[in-house]
Design a protein around this ligand. Structure first.
Ligand code: CP3
Length: 341
């Protein structure tokens, strides 16, 4: 997951003739790419994640986002000052069915294409991470953090607006057939503990609670799916994240399994853990991959003095990068099966 397709030749081949957001907006193409790793690693993966991007939410709000080869995402007109929040181009109310219906269509089509082989994960970016992209960087405002320090109240207004779209978007993904949800706060680690508690955590909690309320008050009620939160770089906040309304916490690799188990309340905790091997291990050759996978599995299975964790989903601590050899990826998956069984 997480920009994972980039290392697969079959993805690159399709990308030669299609733009990134064109693929996101074309359910047949998004379905095909979602299925690629499931086919290639048949029997080795336990879930798929819909091909899309966290930046479809800023687009739905009215912003222009381009994906430049080699440079990643570009916002040609970032929000430069609080006055920009009133710009006509930034929609205040977003009808997710209208603006993001193409993601819902891709999810429904992918569910059919998966034929029950593995469940399908829907996702969105966290409000803080999305704000950081939306205010971008310009000469007058070189860091997204300047926004929260200079304009704290307007930043909170923007975060609340993004939160509503994210929650509605996740609910729509469940209605369309997604079976799990994941929220990516990839830029959480840019914030100090105090700023994370002020500008990220309340909105993460609001998303979880709004999704739960909307699904349970739907007629007929829709079962609440497992929800995962990945707050990269915010391990300092793990004790509070246990109560943020998510079932699983994704971990980056700069915390040991033992420390993560201890920080989240040991075996009697509410949350399962997901992670957390350093994705660079995939460049380390087969012996290193096997050695480190074994270490990760033992860490989560034994847990040390705190006892083992409640539940664990083996994963990388962040995304796969483009230079990874797909055969080494397969070896990684085989090692996970060997040492976690
Ligand atoms: O893994 C998958 O293919 C599933 C779909 C998915 C993508 N992006 C596709 C993608 C998911 C779950 C994401 C999440 C995403 N997107 C995050 C959160 C996870 C993380 O990595 O922290 C973030 C921050 C983004 C924003 C984004 N999209 C960036 C920074 C980039 C550029 C990456 C780079 O270094 O080039 C993207 C592009 C992107 N999103 C690609 C894919 C397959 C590669 C782009 C391409 O084909 O040109």
């Amino acid at each position: 997951m997480r920009q994972a397709g980039r290392y697969l030749p079959e993805f690159r081949e399709l990308r030669k003739s299609h733009g990134f957001f064109e693929i996101c907006r074309t359910p047949e193409l998004a379905t095909e790419i979602t299925l690629q790793p499931i086919r290639r690693y048949s029997g080795l993966l336990d879930a798929s994640i819909i091909f899309s991007d966290i930046l479809v939410v800023p687009q739905a709000m009215g912003m222009v986002v381009e994906m430049h080869d080699g440079a990643g995402p570009v916002f040609p007109e970032p929000l430069a000052a609080p006055g920009d929040l009133d710009l006509k181009r930034l929609r205040d109310k977003v009808d997710v069915d209208k603006e993001l219906g193409y993601v819902f269509d891709a999810i429904t089509m992918t569910r059919k294409g998966l034929k029950g082989e593995v469940p399908l994960i829907g996702f969105c970016g966290a409000p803080w991470t999305l704000l950081a992209y939306m205010v971008g960087s310009s000469k007058s405002m070189p860091s997204p953090k300047q926004w929260i320090f200079k304009y704290p109240e307007e930043s909170k207004r923007l975060l609340s607006r993004i939160t509503i779209v994210c929650a509605d978007f996740l609910v729509g993904q469940i209605k369309a057939g997604a079976q799990l949800l994941q929220v990516f706060d990839s830029n959480a680690g840019d914030l100090s503990p105090h700023d994370f508690a002020t500008f990220s955590l309340p909105y993460l909690k609001e998303i979880a609670s709004s999704v739960r309320t909307q699904l349970s008050s739907h007629s007929p009620p829709i079962p609440i799916p497992p929800m995962t939160l990945f707050a990269k770089g915010a391990n300092h906040a793990l004790p509070e994240l246990v109560d943020a309304g998510y079932d699983t916490l994704g971990l980056d690799w700069v915390i040991s399994p033992q420390a993560a188990i201890a920080a989240t309340g040991g075996p009697s905790t509410k949350v399962a853990l997901q992670g957390n091997i350093d994705p660079s291990i995939l460049y380390g050759g087969r012996d290193a991959i096997e050695r480190e996978v074994k270490r990760m599995c033992e860490g989560f299975k034994s847990g040390g003095s705190e006892g083992r964790c409640k539940g664990w989903i083996a994963n990388l601590g962040h995304g796969i990068t483009p230079g990874v050899d797909p055969a080494d990826m397969q070896w990684f998956l085989e090692c996970v099966h060997k040492y976690s069984s």
